[in-house]
Design a protein around this ligand. Structure first.
Ligand SMILES: [Mg+2]
Length: 176
């Protein structure tokens, strides 16, 4: 039951997911959360390091789609800026938006990973669909809305238990 809260892997920043690393992990497609994963909450542009990373994974042939709970207009503008398809109002932690992205872009679920900064939205959504999930540290936690901030202490509890059980992450044991 706890597994639904557990990411398969932890990173500090999406830029750690180099093309080499993604290939090692047998990942071809990425569903990417937007706020606090690719950009600061109040900023409408990606962080420079992340813009570079997006270019790099795109030219290396990886496919990605933005998957955000944000409203279409705002997320659409961001998607246009980085030249990516998107699904807004994804209703994470519910699996609806995630399922839609996989179906719409013909992603192989076994080779798709969801990357986001919130356990009780991103990780749960990916887990409920049965794909692998990566939790990144939020880029700008100080800018988050209160409804995100109140969830953070609970995330810390989950993460502590995750790290005790799986000190090296659980990529290979994802289906156990
Ligand atoms: Mg986020």
């Amino acid at each position: 039951m706890w597994n639904v809260f557990y990411p398969h892997f932890l990173i500090n920043n999406v830029a750690e997911l180099t093309p080499e690393r993604l290939r090692e992990l047998d990942v071809e497609n990425l569903l990417l959360d937007v706020d606090c994963t690719l950009k600061q909450y109040e900023n409408q542009e990606p962080e420079p390091e992340i813009r570079e990373w997006l270019k790099k994974i795109k030219s290396a042939g990886f496919k990605f789609c933005l998957l955000s709970n944000g409203v279409g207009k705002r997320i659409g503008k961001f998607a246009e800026l980085i030249g990516a398809p998107y699904i807004a109002k994804a209703c994470k932690p519910f699996p609806k938006g995630c399922r839609r992205a996989i179906a719409e872009f013909h992603f192989d679920p076994a080779k798709t990973v969801l990357v986001g900064d919130q356990i009780f939205a991103d990780i749960m959504a990916g887990r409920l669909v049965g794909i692998r999930t990566i939790l990144t540290k939020p880029i700008s936690p100080e800018q988050e809305h209160w409804f995100t901030r109140i969830k953070r202490p609970f995330e810390k509890i989950v993460l502590r238990s995750f790290k005790q059980r799986f000190p090296d992450g659980i990529w290979l044991a994802s289906e156990e």
